[in-house]
Design a protein around this ligand. Structure first.
Ligand code: KG4
Ligand code: ZN
Length: 326
């Protein structure tokens, strides 16, 4: 089965083509246009034509269209969903609306990783992105439930907002990660909210406030100080994400820890989670999706589309849902 995935939930407009064989999935193409830097040229255009071209196929070769219908920004979501509905109607292709957050989990099925099998479950997935921070317990790729989430800001939002307070550009995550590599994480110890709350929930808005007060009190924000603050902010976020993920893995006796979302591209997070999981739960396998699949892309819609059957109502009933949850 060949699936065209379309994803437009936030800053990116993206499309990808994958082919499923009996067990494995092959990636035929993936095209991401970010509105962050090329707004004028491609803004609002879904690159499905480029994804089909790159895959060397035409729309008539597509067996299923999978499109992100939520959660996300309503106007961005509508661009993808309306394009997908028009394609499904015009070419009579089954269409399925997918949950963006499930997409962040489903990319773990893509090569170069081997696909998960029944023996890899139960699993817990940390989803950390610009809009969400959630821990999902999975019995399989079709049976899962949320066991924890952020009560206020998401982890990515904490990176983005604290970066802004330090005068750094959007998105904050990659810039903070880069500057943090040169700084001292113990320069100042920011709060680790909810670290000892005993549940799997998160809260990051207090961190933002702590950084704001700290920056306001500084006589001057020098480049060197910014490096240190970046390291301290990153360490505060990573500490909480790592501790809660390991705790969830332990409590639910999982075989596998999965990661998804833009924030899990973070090198310090990957390193520290690897170390702490190996120390606490040496039998548990940690799987990293390649960095290029962590952020938003068409592959997440296509991969989620493998596990979601298209409804018989076809394109007619498909609607965006900005608040869709897992
Ligand atoms: O999953 P994603 O691309 O979009 C959403 O679904 O929100 O995640 C974007 C978020 C942004 O907040 C961005 O700052 C963060 O992921 N991010 C990172 C890194 N790369 C992207 N955060 C920390 N370290 C990174 N290397
Ligand atoms: Zn995302």
């Amino acid at each position: 089965m060949r699936i065209l995935g379309i994803e437009t939930s936030c800053d990116e407009t993206a499309a990808a083509v994958i082919t499923t064989a009996r067990r494995a999935i092959a990636i035929d193409s993936s095209v991401v246009r970010s509105q962050i830097n090329i707004h004028q040229k491609y803004g609002g255009v879904v690159p499905e034509v480029a994804a089909l071209d790159e895959a060397g196929v035409s729309i008539s070769d597509i067996d299923r269209i999978a499109v992100t219908r939520g959660p996300g920004l309503i106007t961005s979501l509508m661009v993808g969903v309306e394009t997908a509905r028009a394609l499904a109607y015009t070419h009579d292709i089954p269409i399925v609306g997918i949950n963006h957050l499930f997409g962040h989990i489903a990319v773990n099925q893509l090569p170069p990783q081997r696909p998960l099998t029944a023996r890899d479950f139960p699993a817990v997935c940390l989803i950390a992105s610009g809009g969400h921070t959630e821990l999902i317990l999975l019995k399989s790729l079709t049976q899962y439930r949320k066991i924890g989430q952020t009560l206020d800001d998401a982890a990515g939002e904490a990176f983005d907002k604290t970066a802004k307070l330090m005068g750094l550009p959007y998105p904050g995550g990659p810039v903070i990660a880069q500057r943090a590599a040169k700084g001292n994480p113990n320069h100042v110890i920011f709060p680790r909210p909810m670290l000892d709350s005993g549940d799997f929930n998160f809260s990051f808005s207090g961190l933002k406030t702590a950084v704001r007060y700290h920056v306001q009190k500084l006589p001057k924000l020098t480049p060197r100080t910014i490096d240190h603050l970046c390291a301290a902010v990153q360490q505060a976020i990573v500490d909480v994400l790592v501790a809660k993920t390991v705790m969830a893995a332990e409590r639910h006796n999982v075989k596998t820890v999965l990661l998804g979302g833009g924030v899990v591209a973070n090198t310090a997070l990957r390193q520290q989670l690897t170390e702490q999981l190996a120390a606490t739960l040496p039998q548990t396998t940690l799987r990293f999706p390649p960095v290029s699949y962590c952020g938003d892309n068409g592959l997440l819609a296509a991969a989620a589309g493998v596990y979601t059957a298209p409804p018989t109502s076809g394109w007619r009933r498909l609607r965006v849902d900005p608040n869709l949850s897992l």
